[in-house]
Design a protein. Structure first.
Length: 314
């Protein structure tokens, strides 16, 4: 099993602690759990939370020793316990994958693990992180940042995105998307998507473009123009574009391109299909277009991506 240690730093939100259990707890291989997840903290026992019920965390920081992935959760931007910082440094030195959810980025920064790296946190605290830790390249407008050994996420739903991204790295797109469906959340979203969308409340009943997006997802292999999406939504192209940005933070065509590249990645990971076939099924046209967009998104050619992430379906 892949061992994950959740280093909990107060103050912490109980929701943030529950996210890894929701995502990683739903991953099975051949009917057996893939991940062994344990929460640990500097002072085991009852841990008070911000805006939720208190948590009981029985494990001390020694539970992080030997874990393949170590995730920092909490802090609210406050100073972390010195022992938690040392635990994270030791895990990084041992080669563990290090991640943070929301304000856990402050913990990684205090440990010196973000110096010279790009990172993100909740948009409301991004300026504070940048001011306190000028050696960190803070990216306030993304969902999560994957910088190899160290990964950081913004708050709330973006933490779910990062955990799903880790599942994708470990198990492939098909498994990650299955976990997302079971948790009733969006499929793996690209980390570069905007974390803050202006619409403060969900659209009024009957005005959401959810059905139109689902319709488009089922037709990624076909030409889809703005007028096609607008016709399905029963609105004008101008209104469609405005509402798409309100609901997703992207224009309709940007959203379509993201979904097509995601489909191509899933096919590269799970099939032996030729590049032209993958490009056609993804709606990207041909192999040259597939190469261009995949390199632009993840920095790898289709062949290099398949060599790194190919996991045939069982």
């Amino acid at each position: 099993m892949h061992r994950i240690a959740l280093v909990v730093v107060t103050p912490v939100m109980s929701f943030d602690v529950s996210i890894p259990y929701m995502v990683f707890g739903g991953v099975e291989v051949d009917g057996a759990p893939l991940y062994d997840l344990r929460a640990c903290t500097a002072e085991p026992g009852i841990v008070p939370t911000a805006g939720g019920p208190d948590l009981f965390i029985p494990h001390g920081l020694g539970a992080a020793r030997g874990a393949e992935t170590v995730i920092a959760v909490g802090s609210g931007g406050e100073p972390a316990h010195p022992d938690a910082l040392e635990t994270l440094r030791e895990a990084a030195a041992a080669g563990a994958r290090i991640a943070s959810l929301c304000t856990g980025a402050f913990v990684l920064a205090q440990a010196g693990l973000l110096d010279g790296r790009p990172a993100t946190t909740h948009w409301a605290l991004a300026a504070t992180l940048a001011a306190r830790h000028p050696a960190v390249e803070v990216r306030p407008d993304v969902l999560y940042v994957d910088d190899g050994q160290v990964l950081t996420s913004a708050g709330a739903a973006a933490a779910i995105d990062l955990c799903l991204h880790l599942v994708r790295l470990d198990c492939g797109a098909a498994t990650a998307n299955a976990v997302a469906r079971a948790a009733v959340v969006s499929p793996v979203r690209p980390g570069g998507q905007a974390q803050y969308i202006e619409t403060p409340m969900p659209p009024e009943r009957g005005t959401s473009l959810t059905e139109t997006r689902a319709w488009a997802l089922a037709r990624l292999d076909r030409p889809l123009a703005l007028k096609d999406l607008a016709a399905h939504a029963g609105t004008s192209v101008r209104t469609l574009t405005r509402r798409f940005r309100e609901e997703t933070g992207l224009s309709p065509l940007q959203w379509l391109l993201h979904r097509r590249v995601d489909r191509a990645r899933e096919l590269l990971e799970s099939t032996e299909l030729a590049m032209d076939e993958i490009a056609w099924r993804s709606g990207l046209g041909g192999a040259d277009s597939l190469r261009k967009h995949l390199v632009g998104r993840v920095g790898l050619t289709p062949r290099a991506y398949r060599a790194s992430f190919h996991r045939p379906e069982r």
